[in-house]
Each structure stands twice: as C-alpha cells, then as structure tokens.
Design a protein around this ligand. Structure first.
Ligand SMILES: [Ca+2]
Length: 440
C-alpha cells in the first residue's frame, strides 16, 4: 500500500510545484508574444520510488500560455488533493489504532486462555503474533509521520503558489501601468510643444520670468543658496523651493533634507503629497511638486549622505521622474554613478526603481504581509522593504530594534551586525535634482 500511495503523493507535490515554476516564469514570458506557442508539459518518472521517500520525477515545462484563472483552478485541484491526503491519513490512523487494539488483545492472557485449547503451544505463537503486530504498528506510525511531513510540504508549496500568483498579477498590472505612463508622457511632450496656449506663453516676452526650477535662477546669475519661487508647470501655481547653488556647480532644486531631527518624517499620504517641514532645515518638498518638477524637464538626481563619523558620500542617478498621484507617485530612476553605492537598485528583490510610494496609512509596497511604511515609520518607494529609506526616523546616536533610521543599504558597514544589536543611522541626507542637459 505504502509505495503506491506515496508515489501518488509525490506526483501531486510535483504537479503543484510544476504550476509554481510555471507561474513564476510567466511574468517575463507574458511580454514575449513569440513565446506563446504551446508545447506539452511532461512529467516523467525517473526510477523507482524509495520506501517512505520521494519518487524521482522530471518535469518538462512548456513555454508559458497559462491563464491566471486556470492557475486558480489548479489551486482548487491541489486543495482537493490535500483533502484526499487528509482522508488517507485518517484511515492510516484508524488502522494503526486497530493494530494497537489487536496487539493489546493478544497480550491479554485471560482472553487467550479462553480461546486456546492448548495454552502451552499457543503461547509461543501468541508471542510471534505480538511481535508481528508491534512491527506493523511501528511501520504504520512511521507511515503516518511521513504522510504528515508530505502534507506539511504540500501546504507550504500551496501557500507559495498563492503568493506567486498574486505577484504575477501585480507584475502584469505594473507593466501595463508603465506602458501607459510612457504613452501619457509622450503625449504630454507632444502637447507641450504644440498646444497653442503653450506657444503663446513661450512667445510672450515675459517668458524668461518663468523659472521652472533652480537651474533657471542659476542661468540668470543667482549664486546664493536660498529659497526661490519656481513654476515648473504654468498650468499649476508656483511654489517655493530651496536651491543649492554650490554643490557640483550649483543649480540644484532640493527635494528633501535631513540634518538634525527637527522634523518628524513619520507622516501620512496627505502630508507627503503636499510636503512638510522647514525648507531651510529639514523637509519633504511634496510629491505633487516633485512630480511637476520632474515632468517639466528631464532631471538627474543627486543624493548626499553623511554619517556620524564625518564620512561623506554621494550617489548620482542620470534619470529621475516621479509619476502623478493617480499613478501613486511611482519612481523612475536611471543609472547610478558615485561613491555611496547604488542602494536604489540594491538587488532584484530590493529595487526601488518603478515602485509606488507607500506611507504608514497607504500600502502600495510589494511586501505582502504588511505595510513597509508603517513598519519603518516613513514614506518611501518601498519594494519589500528596504534597502534605502532616507525618510526614516532621525536618531542622534546608535539605536536598537527595528531598522527604521535613515538608511542607505550600500553604506560601508551599515548592515553589519554590531555588539548588542546596535544599528547606525545616517546623520545627514539630501536629495536634489537638476536638468539633465544643464551646464553650470
Ligand atoms: Ca504591503
């Protein structure tokens, strides 16, 4: 009974795993129209099943044409299989109990005496029978243990399968949104060059009085790092920004600054939308303003960081664009250059590029079990979750517990374990942008 039933069990597990792998690959495949040709999925036995172990199978996967609803159907099938397994375990349990009862009966001398015409010769036979039953009971309980392990394994894979399907849907939606964003941007570019209103504005002699960002002030000769009023989009009202006219030639519009903990950065979606803090000290300029600034011209991003040992490093990205609120302020970040390391593209699973903005009250991250913004006390373009969070809590010294300080994952030694579980936060951080083609 056992080998056959466990062969079946392993094939069920493999089938579930096959779906998992298929689902996992789909995101990439879905983009490739030419890869939609179907070929059959093959599941081949590669030898005999080991007693109590897994059966060697090889799964050959086809190029992916699986539709999500069908995958959900597979989940239902796997659920049924788990149900069947449970029934099988119950029947095993029952036979095990029966065996125990038989074994107990065999040990009962009164009963044996009544049933045995010749107690002397049957005593030995009874002993043998008891030993047989004992070994059968042992075998059954070991079967039970194996079955339980198999069920646990299957359930684990089932959970993974659920998760992977959700990720596929998210990735698919993400890619569609990215396409739409680029179409909207290109249309927007056409409009701003051809709209009559825009042309009128540009042909007016006062046009030079519209300063879209700090680089325009630099161009007319302003050299002091100060607060200036900018109008990145004539259709929207102007607002004040802090201009850095010194770093790397100047002309920088500052989006964010941390230096002393005077401003609380654990804020709501609304706060991050409109901006908060003091432009001369610590602040977040506001996602709507950042969107307008990055929409008006192609921008580059510079991030300046400093730790409590006086080490200063920077990161430069050759593209920086933040989408509008409807697109949840999605981040578009280009290629890195600099000394602080590329924490915004830390790894495949910790990549802030193309991620939506998340705040403690608005979960748009890719961490399925919770809200990264809530956990790390900040608004940021979280993936799942860190490797960079420049809006974390301000710590004046080393701290313990959740790593919710100002964090840049590629900072030298920042992720290394320290005595007593202490973590370091950065002392200063600054994010600023400048037009890509600006020449100081
Ligand atoms: Ca989440």
């Amino acid at each position: 009974m056992k080998p056959a039933s466990f062969c079946w069990l392993s094939s069920a597990v493999l089938a579930a795993y096959g779906v998992l792998v298929v689902a996992n690959n789909e995101t990439e495949e879905i983009k490739d129209e030419t890869a939609r040709e179907a070929c059959p999925l093959r599941l081949e036995s590669r030898g005999k099943c080991e007693e109590g172990g897994e059966c060697p199978y090889q799964v050959s996967l086809p190029p992916l044409t699986i539709q999500l609803p069908r995958q959900l159907g597979r989940i239902e099938e796997v659920f049924k299989e788990v149900q069947n397994l449970k029934e099988m375990v119950n029947s095993l349990k029952k036979s095990c109990q029966d065996c125990k009862l038989q074994a107990d009966d065999s040990r009962d001398p009164g009963r044996n005496g009544q049933l045995s015409p010749s107690p002397g010769s049957l005593g030995e036979a009874d002993d043998n029978r008891v030993r047989e039953l004992e070994s059968e009971v042992n075998k059954l309980s070991s079967d039970l243990k194996n079955a339980k392990e198999e069920i646990d394994l299957l359930q684990g894979r089932l959970e993974k399968l659920n998760l992977v399907n959700m990720n596929n849907i998210e990735n698919y939606v993400d890619s569609k949104v990215a396409n739409l964003t680029s179409v909207v941007n290109s249309l927007d570019g056409k409009c701003s060059s051809k709209c009559p209103i825009q042309e009128q504005i540009q042909s007016r002699p006062v046009q030079h009085l519209i300063y879209k960002d700090c680089s325009d002030y630099y161009t007319i000769g302003k050299r002091s790092s100060e607060i200036y009023r900018v109008t990145p989009d004539p259709k929207n009202s102007s607002f004040e920004v802090f201009c850095d006219m010194e770093t790397m030639g100047g002309g920088w519009t500052v989006l964010q600054a941390r230096l002393d903990g005077s401003t609380n950065f654990t804020r709501t979606w609304r706060d991050y939308k409109v901006g908060f803090g003091n432009l001369r000290r610590e602040f977040w300029l506001g996602n709507d303003k950042i969107h307008l600034l990055t929409k008006s011209k192609e921008m580059i991003l510079r991030i300046d960081l400093e730790d409590f040992n006086g080490v200063k490093l920077y990161a430069l990205y050759d593209q920086f664009y933040v989408a509008n609120e409807f697109l949840r302020y999605r981040l578009h970040i280009g290629n890195y250059n600099g000394t602080a390391g590329d924490a915004l593209h830390f790894s495949k699973h910790y990549n802030h590029d193309l991620k939506f903005f998340t705040t403690p009250d608005r979960d748009n991250d890719r961490y399925p079990s919770g809200n990264c913004g809530l956990y790390y006390s900040s608004g940021w373009w979280f993936d799942a979750c860190l490797s960079a969070n420049l809006n974390g809590k301000y710590y004046h010294q080393k701290y313990r517990g959740v790593r919710n300080g100002i964090f840049w994952g590629t900072w030298p030694g920042i992720s290394e374990a320290q005595p007593g579980g202490y973590k370091s936060s950065l002392k200063e951080a600054k994010m600023m942008i400048r037009p890509k083609h600006f020449k100081p």
